[in-house]
Design a protein around this ligand. Structure first.
Ligand SMILES: *Cc1c(COP(=O)(O)O)cnc(C)c1O
Length: 389
């Protein structure tokens, strides 16, 4: 006889997985023999550069790397992260205290609330947003308060609009620029205002910079930590996933305020036992020698972006050319909801996209395209959309 299994309350709080319904429709369409163009999930189609794989191979052969990695990462990896960050942002960090390698940035993002949020505390999260900010908050017993992102504000939150009673209980704010799903970017003065706001309301800021290197037309995304005083109020998450096509490798890092980094490290040391050291060596190599391959990838995404954006604009869609990320966040033509348009694109054009409201109610009215197929396939997608009735 089997036992009765009751899911924990915290699991009952989770909304259905964003891509579950899309995955189902996609499988159905594939089973019918349809040719699917998948612009749904934000996962690079390009391979990890060979020099990074070579380094993994070399390091994987060394038995010294077969044992538990240090919880806080190898000192050489932390030092490489410090030097990479100093070069890209001009901010000098202490590799011992202000840098923490992660098993992918999602891991650190989801665990951060366990380190700084108590039951009943409020966490300020953008709407729409990357889902782990919410689930991490709920798992820690915290309450999510949504900050709507509006296109007319450049998809930046309006701090003045935050509910006063939520703000009183707020302990933590998640920000994410360059942004998923809107592809918006944040200027440095927004980060300066954020530091001031955080100080005024005694809030920790967690900036998710997973797309910081994926920028176009010469644009360079500032880091939150470049704002004066940022290191006193928060940390930033970085990831090798999108920058070097390493989503499956699971490696990222947090940097910034030493106290917050220390608390997150404490949570992690009770949950995981570090990153496979061969992957840390591969990460060192990527950060040290990855600039050229990154430039090549950016050129590829930029060309894809232009094909999709110009194609959609010619068809009368409301869409702007993003400065960063590999997403195009398009306004839904009138007559459809986000979900209806996503379903129609899949059913009648064989194109998979993500509905904006899957990232939060305020994403309604938009759909997200990921630029994760070749330019030929993107042209084909535009042709198919053109033929839609
Ligand atoms: C892809 C993505 C990440 C990266 O996650 P990893 O765990 O480092 O692979 C983080 N934040 C956002 C907003 C993302 O879209």
């Amino acid at each position: 006889m089997s036992v009765t299994i009751h899911p924990a309350e915290r699991l009952k709080k989770l909304p259905p997985y964003l891509f579950a319904e899309i995955d189902r429709l996609k499988r159905e369409a594939r089973a019918q023999g349809k040719d699917i163009i998948d612009l749904g999930v934000g996962d690079p189609d390009l391979p990890t550069p060979a020099f990074i794989i070579e380094e993994l191979y070399r390091a994987a052969k060394d038995p010294a790397n077969h044992r538990y990695g240090l919880d806080a990462g190898m000192p050489v990896f932390r030092e490489e992260i410090a030097s990479w960050f100093e070069q890209r942002s001009g901010v000098t960090l202490d590799p011992q205290k202000e840098i923490l390698p992660l098993i992918g940035s999602k891991e650190g993002i989801a665990h951060l609330p366990l380190a700084v949020v108590n039951p009943g505390d409020v966490v300020l999260v953008a709407d729409p947003c990357y889902p782990p900010y919410k689930s991490g908050t709920w798992f820690a017993g915290g309450e999510v308060s949504l900050m709507p992102l509006e296109e007319e504000n450049g998809f930046l939150p309006d701090f003045e609009e935050i509910d006063a009673s939520a703000l009183k209980e707020a302990k933590l704010m998640f920000l994410n620029y360059p942004n998923n799903p809107t592809a918006a970017v944040a200027p440095i003065d927004f980060y300066e205002r954020t530091v001031e706001f955080a100080r005024r309301h005694d809030l920790i800021v967690a900036s998710d910079a997973a797309y910081s290197e994926m920028t176009y037309d010469g644009y360079k995304a500032p880091s939150f930590l470049e704002a004066g005083g940022a290191r006193e109020v928060g940390i930033e998450f970085h990831s090798l996933s999108k920058t070097f096509n390493m989503t499956g490798w699971r490696v990222g890092f947090a940097l910034g305020n030493a106290e917050i980094i220390g608390l997150l490290a404490k949570i992690k040391s009770n949950i995981d036992s570090g990153i496979f050291q061969a992957i840390q060596y591969a990460g060192i190599k990527a950060l040290r020698d990855g600039r050229e391959s990154l430039r090549n990838h950016i050129a590829i995404y930029q060309e894809r972006r232009d094909i999709l954006v110009e194609g959609l604009q010619k068809l009368g869609w409301k869409v702007t050319r993003p400065k960063a990320t590999f997403y195009v966040f398009a306004g839904v033509p009138s007559g459809y909801t986000s979900a209806e348009l996503v379903a129609k694109l899949l059913k009648d054009a064989g194109i998979v996209t993500a509905p904006g409201n899957g990232f939060g109610p305020n994403g309604e009215g938009y759909i997200r395209f990921a630029l994760t197929v070749s330019k030929e396939r993107l042209s084909e997608a535009v042709q198919r959309i053109k033929q839609l009735k």
